[in-house]
Design a protein. Sequence first.
Length: 142
Amino acid sequence: MKRSFPTAQDAEAAFYEALEKADLEAMMEVWAEDEEVLCVHPGGPRLTGYDQVRESWARIFASGQRLKVHLTNQAVVSGMMLAVHSVHENITVGGEPKPRPPVVATNVYSRTATGWRMLVHHASPVPQAPARPAAEGPKVLH
């Protein structure tokens, strides 16, 4: 029997815990068992359906890399049946001394009869702001 997540925040905590532990079964407990779930990993294609999402996490976890994720800049929009979380994932891989550039992720959760479940995880690199020359002042657009 799947775990029940009483809040979307509980589901999100379980998602990142499963990611850090590379625990496929725990990861898939968070996801809705629905053919309409969507997942986009940074730089990857859109994956649709429970089977494609599960297969993608299995490949990631099989790589042997262990991730440590620190979330920042969380913004939450929630209602009775749906919650959308936008976060910055600050990821450190294995024994790397410092985090990689942040990844912005949007996680969408739905309230079901068995608790909150993930419907969408979409992660992309945070765009780097272009460097402006020091001598240049602010630009004014007319």
